[in-house]
Design a protein around this ligand. Structure first.
Ligand code: SF4
Ligand code: SF4
Length: 284
């Protein structure tokens, strides 16, 4: 059995200032960062002690990969025999030298481009570093209308082999015109899947069975979107808590959630690269 684990520790800070985001330019104190590092280290040790295989995705509140303790933990996890893959969501702003110490074949990144925060040239240079190191990655952005030109230029400048996903801006109903939808689908063929909230109540989902979310204290939820605790990884009988479940939310609207919803069959679209969001059509 390979478990897909979304790790989100207490870290909540970011070096960017996207105006739609609650973590914009937020800071953690040194004490908070030390606490976050301690919890991450405990999680990493736990993974290494298990008899099961894992894929791990860091989904922080903010930007984690500028922090040494996440870079080190990523390296440790990537070298563990029972970790098939370790991934992180990142704005790709930091120095990428830490990737010289990871096991590249089990490393992948989910890189988000924020046109209001970084020039396209700088972001693309970071992508080139990933390509030169042989690191698998997807690139994505939020489909804000103000960014359409930037999104178009990014698609033209990125290697054709790199998947560019677009997250729909869903806060305003009817935000997109038909022309907008056509444009975004021309950039990301899977945009229509993201541009909706999928009915999920009572439906079978891998979350809580073969996929789960864990916080810095080991507290486990089926996914980030259902807040009830289903166990704690640091309890001896933890794995017995994982079982077939039905979703208790009305809808599911994020890739990291709905990709596990059985009826959507999205494992057939992403194959082994569900976590880093690279569809089969873009896999080498
Ligand atoms: S980079 Fe991500 S976490 Fe940071 S402010 Fe922008 S959206 Fe928020
Ligand atoms: S469908 Fe979404 S909200 Fe429901 S259990 Fe699965 S991941 Fe969670």
């Amino acid at each position: 059995m390979t478990y897909k684990v979304l790790y989100r520790g207490p870290l909540s800070s970011c070096n960017y200032a996207c105006d739609y985001c609650p973590f914009a330019k937020t800071k953690n104190t040194r004490k908070e960062l030390q606490d976050d590092a301690k919890k991450l280290s405990r999680f990493t040790n736990w993974v290494g002690q298990q008899d099961y295989d894992f894929e791990v995705l860091f989904t922080p509140w903010g930007e984690a990969m500028i922090r040494r303790h996440y870079q080190d933990a990523f390296g440790v996890l990537s070298r563990l025999g029972n970790v098939k893959k370790v991934c992180a969501q990142t704005n790709l702003s930091g120095n990428l030298d830490w990737l010289d110490d990871v096991e590249v074949k089990s490393t992948a990144l989910w890189c988000t481009f924020h046109p209001s925060q970084v020039s396209q040239g700088k972001f693309l240079r970071q992508c080139d570093v990933l390509l030169s190191k042989g690191v698998s990655f997807s690139v994505g952005t939020v489909g804000l209308k103000a960014d359409f030109d930037a999104i178009s230029r990014l698609r033209n400048a990125l290697s054709k082999d790199v998947y560019l996903w677009v997250n729909a801006y869903k806060r305003e109903e009817g935000y997109y015109s038909d022309a907008d939808l056509n444009f975004l689908e021309s950039i990301d063929p899977n945009f229509p899947i993201n541009n909706q909230r999928h009915q999920s109540l009572g439906q079978s989902c891998r979350a809580g069975k073969s996929s789960f979310s864990v916080d810095g204290n080991g507290r486990v939820q089926s996914c980030h979107f259902i807040k009830s605790e289903i166990g704690n990884i640091y309890d001896k009988n933890f794995f017995s808590q994982l079982k077939e479940r039905k979703c208790s939310n009305n809808t599911c609207g994020c890739h990291i959630g709905y990709v596990h919803l059985d009826r959507l069959n999205l494992y057939e679209v992403y194959g082994e690269r569900v976590m880093e969001r690279i569809p089969l059509a873009f896999q080498k």
